[in-house]
Design a protein around this ligand. Structure first.
Ligand code: DLL
Length: 433
């Protein structure tokens, strides 16, 4: 029998859900108009006032917010509450220097942990479960998000954070963890390590995994499930909207239920901004209707997928989004970390290299590989291997400081990277997702 964390909401009728959304949206638009001058100005420019928004059907009248707005408004420009009411921030990994900072009141955190608790229950968690949270803790939302949902449910929460792979496996074994939360690529790495240690699925106490924060294929899901003897569930979210738990998979494992009593989704044509019907692929846009410290409206995620209201066998009526197909911009997600080619370019140019480089991303044994080929200038070109190695090491270190993950850097001879006559192709992504 299917369990729910908040059954009345998760199985509400379409009419009940619309009523919840209409009421919250009207209230939220007033809150934003009164407290967020940045967005009020956008509304004024679009000729919209709170009186024009009477229900969800009027959502399309509101202006979009984009990542560029978030950067312009950095750090406090979209804050909807006095700072003394805020109790936490989280932050994205940052693009060209400016990170996005999201603020939370205690009520916002409570709402967020409801979302992750729903995801945990959908993956089979009860208060008897031991939940190992191997997402990073800190500014990243993964660790804190699943941690708080697990607490709320009353699970024994094991806050290992990411890294120290053998220790992770020791805790899973010794504490008989039943649910593992981490990125799919880390799950694959853990699975690989378990296999190397001679552990068979029967030796591994885990029953389920809640994996997200990056795109992953069905093949990868099947591999992880087989090696660990678990059911692997997808989970989606983004810092701007709180973090993981914006949507989550249920036993059907075919798309993620969106917590639409908190986040109203729309799919738009990324070029025209036109709202598209259900089952059509486009850019996902979200309006947060009840978080007040960082109340973002019609936020363009740049994630591409479709929405579906088809009946789900789990009994949840929450709308579903399909697995993510890709992004409408150039951001790469490598080992769960957001990487922009422009960040790499900055590091290279700061170190005196020309802007001739190539980023090659692949996937070996379910883990992302990340290679950067960088051309030397003729002045740098040398036969002295020691010198080349120390130059490479300097770049690896600087890139790690900028991106938070390690790349393999290879310095190549001047003029060896093909010049382009049109737009440069800097990224070769060989991952088949
Ligand atoms: O990745 C929040 C999160 C943490 C989600 C843990 C799930 C689990 P950000 O770092 O702000 O937040 O990155 C958000 O990551 O716009 C997507 O492009 C991508 N992403 C998140 N979940 C998935 C997923 C967290 N399940 C960005 N599948 C989003 C594919 C995902 N991509």
């Amino acid at each position: 029998m299917e369990n729910y964390f908040q059954k009345e909401i998760e199985t509400a009728s379409p009419e009940q859900m619309k009523k919840i959304q209409d009421e919250k949206l009207v209230k939220q638009v007033k809150h934003v108009w009164d407290n967020v001058p940045y967005y009020r100005k956008k509304m004024e420019e679009a000729g919209v006032t709170p009186d024009d928004i009477k229900s969800r059907d009027d959502l399309h009248k509101l202006p979009f917010l984009s990542k560029a707005d978030l950067r312009l408004a950095y750090p406090y420009g979209l804050l909807g509450e006095p700072l003394e009411k805020c109790v936490r921030i989280h932050s994205t990994s940052g693009t060209t220097g400016k990170r996005v900072i999201a603020f939370y009141t205690q009520e916002d955190l409570d709402m967020w942990s409801d979302c992750t608790a729903r995801a945990l229950v959908a993956a089979g968690a009860t208060k008897e479960s031991v939940v190992q949270v191997s997402y990073g803790y800190g500014l990243f939302t993964g660790g804190a998000g699943l941690n708080d949902g697990s607490h709320k449910l009353g699970c024994l929460t094991v806050p290992t954070s990411s890294g120290s792979t053998d220790r992770q496996i020791m805790f899973i074994q010794d504490l008989e963890a039943s649910i593992l939360c981490c990125t799919p690529s880390y799950a694959a790495y853990l699975a690989e390590r378990m296999k190397e240690m001679g552990l068979s699925p029967d030796d591994i106490p885990l029953k389920a995994g809640i994996f997200g924060a990056e795109a992953w294929s069905e093949e990868m899901r099947r591999d992880i499930e087989k090696t660990m003897g678990i059911k692997a569930y997808d989970i989606y979210g983004l810092t701007e909207l709180s973090g993981p738990g914006v949507s989550f998979e249920c036993c059907e494992q075919s798309g993620m239920h969106i917590n639409e009593d908190h986040f109203i989704p729309e799919i738009i044509d990324p070029d025209t901004g036109e709202v598209l019907p259900d089952e059509t692929e486009g850019e996902l846009v979200f309006t947060a209707i009840d978080k007040t410290a960082f109340p973002i409206m019609r936020y363009r995620t740049r994630d591409i997928c479709s929405l579906s209201r088809k009946k789900c066998s789990c009994g949840r009526t929450l709308i579903k989004m399909g697995k993510l197909k890709g992004r409408s911009d150039d951001m790469l997600i490598i080992r769960g970390v957001n990487v922009f080619p422009s960040q790499i370019e900055t590091v290279l140019l700061n170190n005196g290299y020309p802007a001739n480089y190539q980023i090659i991303v692949g996937r070996v044994n379910n883990t992302d590989t990340f290679d950067i080929h960088v051309e030397m200038t003729p002045e740098m070109f040398t036969d002295n291997l020691g010198e080349v190695e120390s130059r490479q090491k300097k770049l690896v270190d600087d890139l790690k400081a900028m991106l938070g993950i390690k790349a393999k850097v290879t310095l190549v001879a001047p003029k060896s990277i093909t010049r382009s006559e049109g737009k440069a192709v800097r990224v070769i992504d060989n991952r088949k997702l």
